[in-house]
Design a binder for this molecule. Structure first.
Ligand SMILES: C[S@@+](CC[C@H](N)C(=O)[O-])C[C@H]1O[C@@H](n2cnc3c(N)ncnc32)[C@H](O)[C@@H]1O
Length: 332
């Protein structure tokens, strides 16, 4: 019975990462083993070359990652472990604060393996936690349902929606304690995390715990490519703080097509010594759990050439959500 084996592998893995009694090599081995079981059960390998498995799905704003890439996220080892730890610790914190209360989790963008339920629920009882899942990709929904049934986790599921989280109206939104939405890529390019927050956050209770809690994009200038050991980095700080932008937005209630400009004054910086611009994504998962530079595909830094001689006084960043989701910059 592969189901029995996998259930015990998941329980062993989840409790060992929580106790920090497992090193990186063991983590990777265990996640590879769990992935192999998930592949067998769902028949989603993450490497199937059909268009259906590769193509991104257009959302109302932005695009949802193709099925293969969503499946491969499980093997973004540090990301997966940090998210799992954060989710379990938030559930435990909630249980401590409100003993006996059923904890309702809204999981937007579960992907084909729904790891933030399939690797979390076995640590709790269905009377303690209930999950409502939402996913835009019908093949992911089919796969996640199959996996959840095989792992005998159906009793933890309240609802399963095939829908776009950018426009979805959440029924009984007041009943939720935790919102999970790992729907982002490095430099918040193309994927839907920001418009999803614009749509979902105002619907929930103001005490909802969001995972990941926030994403920051930081700007640095480099004297050389980061690969070169002599490279010096001048950090100017954050040019985009998602939670700040979402909460300070005073628009019409509709998701804006772009966010207000962020201007960085460079008049006092000796810009002629720099050859590159570096944009760094920092993912604040929860509490003191962060994903830092190069720890995950979500936090790969992006380098761009800085044209010299540099003849400007400032750089201005604008985050667009239409026609495409992307961060653009201009010099003035
Ligand atoms: C980065 S993957 C993560 C999958 C899984 N949660 C994990 O951690 O392995 C993001 C998932 O969110 C889904 N998604 C992205 N944008 C969405 C949207 N606007 N509405 C619903 N689902 C979305 C994608 O289809 C994909 O399955």
């Amino acid at each position: 019975m592969i189901e029995k084996k996998i259930i015990s592998a998941i329980q062993k893995f989840a409790s060992s990462i929580l106790k920090n009694s497992i090193d990186q090599i063991e983590i990777e081995k265990s996640l590879n083993e769990i992935h192999a079981y998930f592949q067998q059960i769902t028949k989603i390998t993450g490497y199937d070359l059909t268009i259906e498995h590769m193509a991104a799905i257009p959302a109302n704003k932005g695009k949802a990652l193709g099925l293969n890439f969503a499946a491969q996220c499980l093997l973004d080892y540090k990301r997966t472990v940090k998210f799992l730890k954060a989710i379990v610790s938030v559930i435990l914190e909630k249980q401590k604060k409100q003993p006996g209360e059923l904890i309702n989790i809204f999981y937007a963008g579960c992907g084909p393996y729904a790891p933030f339920i399939t690797l979390v629920a076995p640590l709790f009882q269905p009377e303690e936690v209930q999950f409502s899942l939402l996913e835009i990709n019908k093949n992911s929904v089919g796969s996640a349902k199959k996996l959840i049934n095989s792992l005998q986790l159906s009793s933890y599921i309240k609802e399963f929606y095939l829908a776009d989280a950018v426009t979805f109206k959440v029924p009984n939104s007041d009943s939720f304690h935790i919102l999970i939405s790992e729907t982002l890529d490095a430099i918040l390019y193309r994927e839907c995390y920001v418009p999803i927050l614009f749509n979902l956050l105002p619907q929930f209770n103001k005490n909802i715990i969001l995972i990941p809690e926030n994403v920051l994009i930081n700007l640095s200038f480099l004297t050389d490519s980061k690969k070169n050991s002599d490279c010096k980095e001048y950090e100017t700080g954050s040019i985009f703080n998602v939670r700040e932008s979402v909460s300070s937005y005073t628009g019409t209630g509709l998701i804006p097509s772009k966010l207000p400009d962020k201007k960085i004054d460079l008049a006092s910086v000796d810009m002629n010594i720099y050859k590159k611009i570096l944009l760094d994504t920092k993912v604040h998962i929860h509490g003191d759990v962060w994903l830092y530079r190069n720890e995950s595909s979500l936090t790969i830094p992006h380098e761009f050439i800085l044209e010299q001689p540099f003849l400007y006084n400032s750089v201005i960043f604008t985050y667009f959500m239409e026609p495409e989701i992307e961060l653009k910059c201009r010099f003035e």
